[in-house]
Design a protein around this ligand. Sequence first.
Ligand code: NDP
Length: 291
Amino acid sequence: MTAHIIDGKAFAATLRTRLAAEVAAMAARGITPGLAVVLVGEDPASQVYVRSKGRMTREIGMASFEHRLPATTSQAELLALIARLNEDAAVNGILVQLPLPQGLDEAAVINAIRPDKDVDGFHILNVGRLATGQSAMVPCTPLGCLMLLRDHLGSLAGRRAVVLGRSNIVGKPMAQLLLRDSATVTIAHSRTRDLPDLCRQADILVAAVGRPHFVQGDWIRPGATVIDVGINRTDDGLVGDVDFDAVMAVAGAITPVPGGVGPMTIACLLANTLTATARANGLPDPEGLTP
Ligand code: NDP
């Protein structure tokens, strides 16, 4: 058996085409969605991410505002910029690229963003809204995974899901989204016992661990759907958290790395910016972009 490869790159391209059409429809009403990205410091990976976010924002017709600040920026200076962006009517979404340089308080910075402009979905109010089933801004990576899962499987109700990883940006919100779709969800982490046995029970396995090729072929239930969130830079290039070749032989479907979840993250950032713009202008949420 060979697993179906879930083509996140193609799915994300289709999604961006649809978003571009929605942006054009908004432009006809005199509305231009705007996304502000704030980068503090010189982290090379962050610089790459910020560049491609800016490019893709412009490509679909949105306004992109980039703010690059030196690593020496103080907490007060960063908060002052966020306060300005909160008030700026041309800015519908604000993203502060993480990680921040040492000395800056990440939680305080994120919670200073207006929740309705928090397109990363990390503000404490959005976390609470997601957990209680209220209308929220949803973190982009888990939202992208959910879209791929729904597209491939249809209803997730009653399916057994194991989320490997409990970070605030991937694992926890992913579990919330699966629960919201009525999957039966287990969150695993570094203290979980008998991890291979637990994973073998999963109809859906989402791996967000940050360890190259961590998930083995014999951890997989035959026919399971495997979503590999991992991005690990190794001597062999970019690899996921899943031993792709071994898991391919057992799983029903799998996302590749690269070309799986990664492209969905930026597409969902743009989707969240569109949703935030619609809400700011009293329009209904665009269909299928929110859980
Ligand atoms: P974190 O480091 O914040 O979290 C990793 C999680 O994995 C933790 O909960 C940790 O457990 C768990 N873990 C670590 N080692 C083990 C182990 N041996 N057994 C079981 N669980 C373990 O990572 P992130 O959630 O931020 O990211 C995870 C991966 O996803 C990374 O590769 C990252 O690069 C990638 N990523 C990809 C994105 C994309 O766009 N595709 C976006 C964001 C992240 P514990 O809590 O107990 O320490």
